[in-house]
Write a protein of this length. Structure first.
Length: 411
């Protein structure tokens, strides 16, 4: 192939099939063409969506993923995206916003159509990571029904225990029903411009029993199966999350505050996107990061290992065993202050009479001066897979109660 033919192929972004040529030399030439074609591109979505190798070359697939990750560091991409982001932020004049940071990694859109084996949700114009508003709304609605609705029928969804039934009044205001649309708008979550560079990182998932999954269970899993590593891209960084009520005025503002409190709790407890059972997808506020960081440690450093330092986003749970019972959010419990098991100097408490029920107290609210070994009353803020405590006047707890009371008076 002459240099002019090579330039023509690269100019039209063609991965040459090299007809009539076979063998290792042709394969290496094709891989070299892919690397040269992708070098310098500044749009991750184009890298992942418009190029597909003509064979199943692991080198080409790995280079595609790495090239997409490198392209986020383009100065041109960051400059253009920053202008778009500021325009988006200015449009949120009536919305309640929060900047939430990914604990570990985030995987959104793994099942999306892709030239590679695993997809990724990127902004269709700017090619940067984005969390769709529909995903945030679905997460919030599911969490509202299963967690908040467990304690208060106001927040139950349209179905309960397999039986059809109307949604609770508060659930209907937030998410709607078959007869009426909800009043809360969940905007797409945009990544902050300063987090774009390096926001895509190479990750891997390993399928241990491929035959069992691809043959509908007809092939039994065995210890002799070969693990198959599947590379993919995951996301890190801080996102601007925004919700808005279509009813203007004080009532609408209170409902938007309630929706944001619900969404923040759902993102911290359950996470967004795929692989949440493996710890992916947790997003928390900077205040929560500061509470989790050791004295003298920057909040950003607590992100590297996730909450608690176990896995991409493991929760702040005790490693000594399971709690004797499940604690509900808002429940007042008697606790005793103990040493931080990770030596970070945080305010760490154990439930009196249940040594495996322990966790950190969140920073918001009026802190109490509690010495080691001293008992006090705290409120359970999170429950289920994690257990964190809050001071009795934590703003999220009071906002939820206040918005619910106002909603009842409004109706």
């Amino acid at each position: 192939m002459t240099p002019s033919e090579r330039r023509a192929a690269l100019r039209h972004r063609v991965l040459l099939p090299l007809r009539g040529e076979e063998g290792e030399e042709a394969k290496r030439l094709k891989e070299d063409l892919v690397e040269e074609a992708l070098r310098g591109l500044a749009h991750p979505a184009l890298v992942l969506g418009l190029y597909r190798p003509g064979d199943d070359s692991e080198r080409v697939r790995d280079y595609l993923l790495r090239a997409a990750g490198r392209s986020t560091g383009s100065d041109d991409l960051v400059r253009v995206y920053r202008m778009a982001f500021e325009r988006f932020r200015r449009s949120l004049t009536a919305a309640v916003t929060a900047e939430l940071t990914v604990l570990g990694r985030l995987a959104v859109g793994l099942g999306a159509a892709s030239a590679l084996e695993v997809g990724l949700r990127l902004h269709h114009v700017y090619g940067v990571p984005v969390i769709p508003g529909s995903a945030l709304k679905g997460l919030a609605a599911h969490y509202c029904h299963n967690v908040w609705g467990e304690r208060d029928t106001e927040f139950r969804g349209p179905t309960r225990s397999g039986q059809e039934g109307p949604p609770g009044p508060s659930y209907q205001v937030l998410f709607g029903s078959q007869e009426d649309a909800g009043h809360i708008i969940f905007h797409d979550a945009w990544i902050l411009p300063e987090c774009v560079a390096g926001s895509l990182e190479l990750d891997v998932m390993t399928v241990h029993h491929r035959g069992y999954y691809t043959h509908a269970g007809t092939e039994p899993p065995t210890d002799y199966d070969d693990p198959v590593p599947v590379p993919f891209l995951s996301v890190k960084g801080t996102f601007l999350v925004a919700v808005e009520c279509d009813v203007k005025g004080p009532d609408g503002a209170r409902w938007a505050e309630l929706a944001m409190a619900l969404l923040k709790e759902a993102l911290a407890e359950w996470g967004a996107g795929a692989k949440t059972n493996a710890g992916y997808g947790r997003l928390v506020s900077r205040e929560a990061l500061e509470a989790l960081a050791a004295p003298g440690e920057r909040p950003e450093e607590a992100v590297k290992s996730g909450v608690g330092g176990e896995g991409p986003g493991a929760g702040e749970v005790s490693s000594g065993g399971r709690a004797r019972r499940e604690y509900r959010r808002g429940e007042v419990v008697r606790v005793v202050r103990v040493e931080d098991p990770k030596g970070r100097g945080r305010l760490w408490f154990k439930v009196v009479g249940d040594p495996n029920a322990e966790g950190v107290v969140l920073p918001e609210g009026t802190p109490q001066d509690v010495a080691l070994g001293e008992e006090t009353d705290l409120v359970v803020y999170s429950h289920g897979g994690t257990l964190n405590f809050a001071w009795p006047d934590h703003p999220a707890l009071s906002r939820r109660k206040g918005a619910r009371d106002k909603g009842r008076s409004r109706r």
